[in-house]
Design a protein around this ligand. Structure first.
Ligand code: ARG
Length: 586
């Protein structure tokens, strides 16, 4: 279905043309004075300059041409030359009835030219616990993935594990001190390595911080860990076997964590998967004349004339020949090109890595790892702060771990649900998980990703205000009314609105496709949040002013149920795009 905005624009264009005015002035937007009108067109003001007429004169003639259009209740010319537009209630009702017929998509058309998109998000580091810094990437990336997929793109989500760094050497070194007799450390060992790992996830969770602590105080330990890292990267057999144990144990645990966040990846590739592509990539960069030696290191210049600030060269190999984070990201693009030829890459990473990604993107284009017209998008997110405005910490002052954060919220949610409900303990626990997730995700996604935000549990779990639980509460309210109605309303039509609050609700519903498409075009899940908050408010307003189940007129009651069902379905579709769901009761 066409967006309502486009349908209005179309009518305006006819009218502008009929009045001899260029249709480029027939632009329309949502009203910024909802007390006066629903949509507005300000095109008569700039048109007046071109045609040397008074803006009011143009606005009045356009309004007169549109007067009899059935889609409008009114089109008014207002000083100094605005066009204030109200839609006809029966036009909106029929638009909604069309939407309702299109189950699951509600009139949102499939993308005409679907793109192949790789989303690089999550970015957890193997063997290190997930912390709240990784929460944002997972939550935002998952939503962007769902949004793009819904619109019609072919989307591949890749977790891009950090599995190639010093943390591996630290763990190997610590393990070699604790269990020196393991075959992995015997350089002369030629047999097969055991299939069972020599540690559990809880061992790893303790080994890594211990080793990391040691390396900060003990230079010898640190040197050993760096050596082990280098040997691992050069392919030492026993260390490779340990790496795959670490990966298996960690990934199993990570999957559990991501599962509890309703986050799912198509690919579980890591930095280590890119390593085989590095030698050829580097060779080619040298051969094509892009890479040169500067102060011993191999670099590619990426600065451009229009740069306002200095963009340093992209370093490909250090002077000792070691590869870097950059090198891995570029080599990752090599295999992504080979396997997928994406039209777009989206990286959902802390915004402090923006300069870094500018270098990587430029280098990838310049050295032709990706074609010139490939879109490279960096979605940089801000920091999640505590109420004190500083990066979020535990009460004890440490970095909060994701699993603790989630269980804290679930506990609080559970207490809240138990306060005023008569649910069984089991149902309350289950509901707390569902609602708790909405609190965390909506609390994050309702902010523009690039902004820092304050993680305020008490506000996020509130059933009132701009929160996830408020949205869920609204959905649950509708579910309960629909259940109480108890029969099939599908033979009824959504009625023509008779009251202000009913019309407002219908107008909000009709904005669904515009809201989704603008979130899609701007890679901005917060726009979905803003939309559903408005929609939920419009519904609650309608609900408080309208007798629904007590309605005597059966057709009208059935029509209201249809309206409620569409509202509920649209909200549920939107929260699914945000990556959470609604319970049956709360
Ligand atoms: N593992 C990295 C970190 O924890 C994030 C990875 C981001 N993605 C990328 N392709 N570099 O900071």
């Amino acid at each position: 279905m066409k967006e309502v905005l486009d349908l209005i624009k179309q009518e305006l264009e006819f009218a502008f043309e009929a009045n001899g005015i260029d249709t480029k002035y027939a632009f329309v937007s949502l009203s910024n004075r909802p007390d006066l009108c629903e949509y507005q067109c300000n095109g008569a003001l700039p048109a007046a300059k071109e045609y040397h007429k008074a803006p009011m004169e143009i606005a009045e003639s356009i309004a007169a041409s549109l007067e009899s259009e059935s889609m409008f209740e009114s089109v008014e010319a207002c000083k100094p030359g605005f066009l204030n537009i109200k839609l006809d209630a029966s036009f909106i009702a029929s638009y909604l009835n069309e939407m309702a017929k299109d189950e699951g998509r509600f009139g949102l058309e499939e993308a005409k030219n679907p793109k192949t998109v790789i989303i690089d998000y999550g970015g957890a580091n193997v063997a290190k616990p997930l912390h709240v810094g990784h929460l944002r990437s997972a939550v935002i990336g998952e939503s962007i993935k769902r949004l793009k997929r819904f619109v019609g793109d072919k989307v591949v989500g890749d977790v891009h594990l950090g599995d190639w760094g010093l943390q591996m050497g630290l763990i190997i070194t610590e393990l070699s001190l604790r269990q020196p007799d393991l075959c992995y450390f015997d350089e002369n060992y030629e047999g097969e390595y055991p299939s069972e790992p020599p540690f559990t996830i809880s061992d790893l969770e303790e080994i890594y911080p211990t080793a990391s602590g040691k390396s900060k105080e003990d230079d010898e330990f640190k040197a050993a860990a760096m050596k082990a890292t280098a040997e691992l990267q050069q392919g030492r057999r026993g260390y490779r076997a340990l790496l795959s144990h670490i990966l298996n144990v960690s990934v199993t645990d990570l999957k559990k964590n991501y599962d509890s966040l309703n986050v799912e990846f198509d690919l579980w590739k890591g930095e280590s998967d890119a390593q085989p592509y590095i030698p050829d990539m580097v060779e080619k960069m040298k051969k094509d004349g892009y890479a040169y030696i500067s102060e011993g290191a191999l670099v590619v210049d990426v600065k451009e004339e229009s740069d306002k600030k200095e963009i340093p060269p992209c370093m490909i190999l250090k002077s000792d020949g070691a590869s870097l984070y950059n090198t891995t990201d570029l080599a990752t693009m090599v295999w992504r090109e080979k396997d997928y030829q994406p039209d777009e890459y989206v990286y959902v990473v802390d915004k402090r890595q923006e300069l870094y990604f500018t270098q990587v993107f430029r280098c990838a284009k310049k050295t032709k790892i990706v074609p010139e017209d490939t879109k490279l998008t960096f979605v940089g997110f801000g920091t999640m702060n505590g109420k004190d405005g500083k990066p979020f910490k535990t009460r004890e002052g440490g970095v909060m771990r994701l699993s603790n954060l989630i269980s804290d919220i679930n506990e609080k949610m559970y207490e809240k649900i138990m306060e005023n409900e008569t649910m069984s303990d089991e149902e309350a626990r289950k509901t707390a998980k569902i609602v708790g997730l909405s609190a965390v995700k909506y609390g994050d996604l309702s902010n523009q990703a690039s902004k820092d935000y304050v993680f305020d549990i008490d506000r996020f779990i509130s059933f009132e205000g701009n929160t996830g639980p408020y949205i869920l509460y609204t959905i649950v309210r509708m579910k309960s009314i629909i259940t109480k109605y108890g029969s099939d309303a599908s033979s009824y039509e959504i009625p023509v609105a008779e009251t202000e609050s009913e019309k407002s609700l219908q107008l909000e519903l009709a904005k669904f496709n515009s809201a989704i498409l603008s979130a899609y075009e701007e890679t901005a899940p917060h726009k979905i949040c803003a939309y559903i908050y408005d929609l939920a408010n419009a519904f609650n307003h309608f609900y408080h002013e309208t007798k629904i189940l007590a309605q005597e007129d059966e057709a009208k009651k059935g029509g209201y149920i249809r309206l409620l069902t569409l509202t509920k379905d649209v909200l549920e579709c939107c929260i699914d795009l945000l990556g959470f769901e609604a319970p049956e009761r709360m």
